[in-house]
Design a protein around this ligand. Structure first.
Ligand SMILES: Nc1nc2c(ncn2[C@@H]2O[C@H](COP(=O)(O)OP(=O)(O)OP(=O)(O)O)[C@@H](O)[C@H]2O)c(=O)[nH]1
Ligand SMILES: [Mg+2]
Length: 422
């Protein structure tokens, strides 16, 4: 039987709204969490006086997380549905751990945004939704949780749904990209089992909604883009660059070009896990031997493409960024390290063109002097050296980046347009 399509799915939302509990419940009700394991977690939660965190403990594995009843770092767990298989990424909601939430979101293809029915949207509901949008997650399931606390009231569900709809539209989500599902993960209503308490609801359970998500397609028909992770010199073979094919297909005898250097060669052989390949597709981690290339011609952070469609080298680019944390303020001229695909290099923010309202995406200020934590903005960026990047629209895999400084993630963003190197 063919393998089920794979989706990386991140759970996001405000602290305590029930992300970890929802994941735990989902695993339990589908049989992915054995009864015995659940009993053990329940006993531990009760012994700490945190009985209501029994399901959350499935994902909250750190001692500090269990003592405090709060998720601190992302946790991963496999889950197989009827149609799809998932890697579930449980992100923290607490505002102190947004950094970890970003890491999880940057690895995801789709998100479940959890909102508690009684409280409705809270600051991190909005912040996380916005970050998910910035990171390019186009499929969102809005789980309105803790429906038991509002007596499974349809009116309350509609109220929160409408409020969320307005907010999500404001930050750029289209109506058909979002599904709204009422659940009570503590009571197990409408997570994996249809709820008898919400007869007014005719839509899918959460688990059914997950199966309706579309796995990302392998972008095999796009031009080849292969960011280089490393280069080896192997005796008797020669230069062997290593990397993961992000888009397109690479085959032996293909004529390739390495950017930004512009060096060219012909692929002799392709190898993955010590096996020769007749072709390499998106997602394949490969080593390949190239006639005409020497080790000095290729380096980490370079991008390989076909000769007739070379990767773009940027002299400058415009990007939309979100500032996550910065001790003071980011002025024009700020030059932190940018991490994009396998490349890391310093870039200068040369212009802050527009400040956006992170809650709505609306323009708040033209040409502001500086940016602070929580701000979103359109900025112009000049890499200190030419660098291979692509627009997010054309090649999402090569068009997003994180900005790091002083050991923390300062901002994240996507590339909107590029001024190519002359
Ligand atoms: N009444 C009720 N309580 C719930 C429900 N879901 C979660 N809770 C409770 O909400 C509290 C927080 O749950 P968590 O699953 O840890 O919330 P979280 O969103 O993962 O929190 P962080 O990861 O720390 O942001 C726990 O006490 C849960 O039992 C629900 O459907 N109904
Ligand atoms: Mg949690």
């Amino acid at each position: 039987m063919a393998e089920k399509p794979h989706i990386n799915l991140v759970f996001i939302g405000h602290v305590d709204h029930g992300k970890s509990t929802t994941v735990g419940r989902l695993l339990y009700d589908t049989g992915a969490l054995p009864e015995q394991e659940y009993r053990k977690l329940k006993a531990e939660a009760e012994s700490r006086g945190k009985g209501t965190f029994a399901f959350a403990y499935v994902m909250d594995n750190l001692k500090e997380e269990r003592e405090r009843g709060v998720t601190i770092d992302v946790a991963y767990r496999k889950f197989t549905g009827q149609k799809n298989q998932f890697t579930i990424i449980d992100a923290p909601g607490h505002r102190d751990f947004v950094k970890n939430m970003i890491t999880g979101t940057s690895q995801a293809d789709a998100a479940v945004l959890v909102v508690a029915a009684k409280e409705g949207p809270q600051p991190q509901t909005k912040e996380h939704a916005f970050l998910a949008q910035v990171m390019g997650l186009k499929q969102l399931i809005l789980a309105i949780n803790k429906m038991d606390e509002v007596k499974y009231d349809e009116k309350k569900f509609n109220e929160v749904r409408d409020e969320m709809k307005k907010m999500l539209t404001g930050i750029g989500y289209k109506e058909d990209q979002v599904k709204y599902v009422p659940i009570s993960s503590w009571e197990g209503e409408n997570v994996a089992k249809t709820s008898g308490k919400m007869a007014w609801y005719k839509g899918p359970t959460l688990v059914q909604a997950l199966d309706d998500l579309k796995a990302p397609e392998k972008p095999t028909t796009k031009p080849l883009r292969l960011p280089i992770q490393d280069v080896y010199n192997i005796k008797g073979v020669g230069c062997v660059p290593v990397g993961r094919v992000e888009t397109g297909v690479l085959k032996p005898n293909d004529k390739i070009i390495v950017m930004p250097s512009g060096k060219t060669g012909e692929v002799k052989s392709i190898e993955a896990h010590h096996e020769q390949l007749t072709k390499a597709e998106p997602g394949d981690n490969i080593g390949f031997n190239v006639r005409g290339l020497e080790k000095k011609d290729v380096a980490r952070g370079d991008v390989v493409g076909h000769i007739n469609n070379p990767p773009t080298v940027a002299a400058e680019f415009t990007a939309q960024i979100v500032v996550l944390s910065h001790p003071t303020a980011i002025p024009v001229g700020y030059t932190p390290v940018f991490h994009m695909h396998t490349a890391q290099l310093s870039c200068t923010i040369t212009e802050i063109q527009k400040k956006l309202d992170p809650k709505t995406g609306q323009v708040k200020e033209e040409n502001p002097k500086f940016l602070k934590a929580g701000d979103a903005a359109i900025v112009k960026i000049k890499p200190l050296k030419p660098i291979c990047i692509e627009t997010y629209k054309e090649f999402p895999q090569l068009g997003r980046f994180a900005i790091r400084d002083m050991g923390t993630t300062v901002a994240a963003g996507i590339v909107l347009s590029i001024t190519p190197r002359k």
